[in-house]
Design a protein around this ligand. Structure first.
Ligand code: ZN
Length: 319
């Protein structure tokens, strides 16, 4: 089943034509984390979706960041095929959330079953979001995930051991730890608890040595691919094509990037301007980088990450 027509803009957004060529087959990739509901896409959402489809990104998981955002996610997923909603309250948005929003989420989960609860988790990097309040919302949503038997999509930053502690205590049916950036030992613990690990634009930066090493060495059944669009642009969307050009300044740039909270600039937290907006059409090129790291074919990466994401979300899609 083809969701979207062939597009003359097939590679208009592909900035890595030298490395990435469209696959000989279509409809294979899954973007396991894409905020297509974000305001960054208000002006051209249909085009962004179509360009991703044209490159074989047939399915996308679209996570919400708050209760009001769930409505936007739901509407977005209803409008375009291949989009699958996750409903939840993001740890960086618990300051704007009311405790009654958990009741609202509970009611929503009864009426409209998403493929996961998310994006939920803990963020120890951003100091102005109360950590105890993050934990309160995280724990409550883990309990909802258990009650509704849904997987979870996790945001985990500088709080991996605390997240693992709660996951050991409140067992859910697994899910995806998005934008994973932990140790191999922590990775193995997520796998033991039934999770896949999400890799995206970060692995395209030469300076991301730990992420690249994990992506290279983890068992392939651990891997999910994501863009986190409009955030975490791959290196070729940043400041020109520095990936192969100037490793020194590229590394300095990546170091600077790491100190900046990149999440959800549409809520006023980040610094990415429109020129640097990430889109789901970048997923195959990011997958090609993963294939290079693992010395395997792009087709194999597309297939494996698709199967892993389907397994993590208990998502059954049309063949
Ligand atoms: Zn996200």
């Amino acid at each position: 089943m083809r969701h979207c027509g062939s597009s003359s803009r097939l590679v208009s957004n592909a900035n890595r034509n030298d490395i990435f060529k469209p696959l000989p087959f279509h409809d294979m990739w899954i973007d396991s984390h894409c905020h297509l509901q974000a305001p960054e896409f208000d002006a051209d959402r249909a085009t962004v979706w179509q360009e991703a489809c044209a490159l074989g990104v047939r399915d996308m998981l679209v996570p919400a960041v708050g209760l009001a955002d769930c409505a936007l996610v739901g509407a977005c997923c209803a409008r375009h095929s291949g989009l699958h909603p996750a409903y939840g309250i993001h740890p960086l948005y618990v300051g704007q959330a009311a405790e009654s929003d958990l009741n609202g989420l509970n009611a929503l989960l009864k009426s409209a079953r998403p493929v996961a609860i998310g994006e939920i988790g803990l963020d120890g990097l951003v100091a102005d979001v109360d950590f105890a309040r993050q934990e309160f919302f995280f724990i409550a949503q883990l309990k909802l995930a258990r009650a509704f038997d849904l997987p979870v999509v996790l945001h985990v930053r500088k709080a991996i051991d605390t997240v693992l502690k709660h996951l050991r205590r409140i067992r859910v049916r697994g899910g995806i730890a998005h934008a994973f950036n932990g140790s191999r030992q922590q990775a193995d613990e997520f796998l033991r608890l039934g999770f896949k690990l999400g890799f995206g634009g970060s692995l395209t930066y030469a300076g991301s040595t730990r992420i690249r090493s994990l992506a290279q060495n983890l068992p392939e059944e651990a891997l999910a691919l994501e863009t986190d669009a409009p955030d975490i642009p791959p290196c070729w969307l940043n400041r020109g094509n520095r990936m192969n050009a100037d490793e020194t300044s590229h590394h300095a740039f990546c170091e600077a990037q790491r100190s900046i909270p990149l999440l959800h600039p549409h809520k006023g937290r980040g610094v990415i301007d429109h020129r640097e907006r990430n889109t789901p059409a970048q997923l195959p090129a990011i997958g090609a980088v993963l294939a290079e790291l693992r010395a395997t074919s792009v087709e194999h990466i597309a297939s494996v990450t698709r199967q892993n994401t389907l397994a993590a979300l208990s998502l059954i899609l049309a063949p």
